[in-house]
Design a protein. Structure first.
Length: 268
């Protein structure tokens, strides 16, 4: 079975509270974007994962896709599979590529082997994999709170806009980002994004992780400045970084950015 797990961006990200369990409460808007990996799952004599495309650091045996398979395997009688994953979404970018791949694996296994896993059980699996995984079960614009698992539909109208995503190849440690955060109430209620115009988002919508990331990697701040000066309506770092995205009303002219990955997407 073949699927195309897509990326996401965070439109605003506020870290509001340190929780007793060690996690943090947050407020953000998850928004799906049409930048996809390719995931294929086929029955096999033994379970294995083959990764092509962009490099994925770390031990392949600890990949989130295999974690998703093993969670399902522990509860259901499914056969060994070969998983082919072609990476096109960069890792460590704040775009949720690994989480999306894992959730696609859950959904593919459920459909391919007719397991009839309930939505509640899929959500349970997703949360065990990662805090932003539940979003990909919905995969529409969502206002998220808690660890990111509590979601409500939110009105975000970007149809016909152009999205330029810049990934400079820098690794911003999520652990270090949280260690350097000062939780505080959200500056703006992201449920009300539709009440302000797109070009007003820069005034009201922030990513609390930018302060640490821009201090550690001034290059990120420079990328944001270049995009702002080249006609973007709104620019922000996604997640804990290091991808920076810009939203344009019209297809942007060529912007000189000497970065490893620059992706232009049309929101349709």
């Amino acid at each position: 079975m073949l699927s195309f797990p897509n990326a996401k961006i965070n439109i605003g990200l506020y870290i509001t509270e340190k929780r007793p369990d060690g996690f943090h409460n947050l407020e953000t808007v998850f928004f799906p974007i049409p930048w996809c990996d390719i995931l294929e799952i086929v029955p096999s004599k033994k379970t294995e994962l083959e990764i092509t495309g962009l490099p994925v650091p770390g031990n392949p045996d600890e990949n989130l896709v295999l974690k998703a398979y093993n969670l399902v395997k522990a509860d259901y009688d499914i056969p060994p599979v070969k998983i082919n994953l072609h990476k096109q979404i960069p890792m460590g970018a704040g775009l949720g590529g690994g989480s999306s791949d894992a959730v696609s694996c859950l959904l593919n296994l459920n459909k391919q082997f007719m397991l009839d896993i309930s939505e509640e059980k899929l959500l349970e699996y997703a949360l065990k994999i990662g805090s932003d995984c539940p979003f990909f079960l919905k995969n529409t614009a969502q206002f998220a709170t808690g660890r990111g698992e509590l979601m409500q539909d939110v009105d975000v109208q970007l149809l016909g806009k152009y999205l330029l995503v810049v990934f400079p190849g820098l690794h911003v440690s999520t652990k270090a980002s949280f260690e350097n955060i000062n939780p505080k109430p959200a500056k703006f209620d992201l449920m009300h994004l539709s009440s302000i115009s797109l070009n007003q988002w820069n005034e009201f919508v922030e990513n609390d992780f930018e302060t640490f990331a821009f201090h550690k990697f001034p290059r990120l701040k420079k990328i944001k400045s270049i995009l702002q000066k080249n006609g973007a309506e709104f620019v922000l770092m996604s997640g804990s970084g290091s991808a920076v995205f810009a939203i344009f009303n019209e297809k942007p002219k060529i912007i000189k950015l000497n970065e490893p990955i620059v992706k232009l997407l049309n929101i349709s």
